[in-house]
Design a protein around this ligand. Structure first.
Ligand code: IPE
Ligand code: IPE
Ligand code: MG
Length: 247
């Protein structure tokens, strides 16, 4: 039985988040420049996006550029921003054909104008699509998102809009740039690194973590199916004991 056949479609995660890592190493292994790895990463994105939509996943979040990635060499940053613009242009068809809505989280105003314009255009053109939301995390870090939320909460307390004793988890969460997106049940990281790198720290409190040694440009739908099968074989207890879990 293939992994695709093993997937229980009634128990799909609603939201899958992916840390797409290993583009640079993929290129290096082949004696090529890092940017070639990023370019080939776009094929992995397309296949993963299409497969997720076909399966019935409602939200797919891809970590595409972190706050810390601004510390990379200038030429790599510029190449990544160019690639983002060209990939958005090219993949608009994938999104329209598959009824996919594009969303973005992160400090978007720090992106070059050209990226922001393209991003806004594609988000506008796909906003009515209902099959799946593809969320790009761009210039994103979880500490940035949490700090921003804390700043906005403080401002609302200062102006009397909210009272500090009314603040609970749900209210705090509503201040996140990703507040309209449910928490991911499954987080995948490629490239064999076992770390979170400042991604969705709050939202993954109870996510199942899945690590694969595959480098991102080699990741394909079969790898996604494998991760989902693994996820479906786990018991999610949320602090309870096994006997309390009704499956
Ligand atoms: C992930 O691949 C893409 C981004 C972070 C933009 P990397 O560029 O981090 O590739 P490695 O980890 O150096 O191999
Ligand atoms: C995480 O990958 C960020 C993205 C995939 C966009 P990095 O390559 O930047 O993470 P570290 O530096 O290995 O932790
Ligand atoms: Mg990396």
């Amino acid at each position: 039985m293939s992994n695709r056949e093993k997937i229980n479609e009634k128990k799909l995660p609603v939201h899958i988040a992916i840390i797409m890592d290993g583009n640079g190493r993929w290129a290096k292994q082949k004696g090529m420049a890092r940017i070639i790895g990023h370019q080939n990463g776009v094929d992995a994105v397309r296949d993963t996006v299409e497969a997720s939509a076909e399966l019935g996943i409602k939200f797919l979040t891809l970590y595409a550029f972190s706050t810390e990635n601004w510390n990379r060499p200038r030429y790599e940053i510029d190449a990544l921003m160019e690639l983002l613009v060209s990939a958005l242009k090219k993949e608009l068809k994938t999104m329209t054909d598959n009824n996919i809505r594009l969303l973005a989280v992160g400090d978007l105003k720090s992106l070059p104008d050209k990226c922001n314009r393209e991003l806004n255009e594609v988000m506008e053109l796909t906003k009515q699509n209902t099959r799946m939301s593809l969320v790009l995390a761009l210039s994103y870090s979880s500490r940035w998102e949490i700090t921003e939320a804390a700043r906005k909460v403080s401002e609302d307390v200062r102006t009397g809009k909210i009272s500090p004793d009314k603040l609970d988890e749900n209210m705090f969460r509503s201040y996140f740039s990703s507040s309209h997106i449910p928490d991911p049940e499954l987080l995948i990281r490629t490239s064999g690194e076992h770390r979170i790198s400042n991604f969705l720290l709050w939202q993954i409190a109870y996510a199942e973590l899945y690590f694969t040694p595959k480098l991102w440009p080699d990741f394909r739908r079969e790898d996604l199916y494998e991760a989902i099968v693994d996820y479906q074989n786990r018991e999610r207890r949320f602090g309870k004991v096994s006997e309390q879990i009704i499956s």
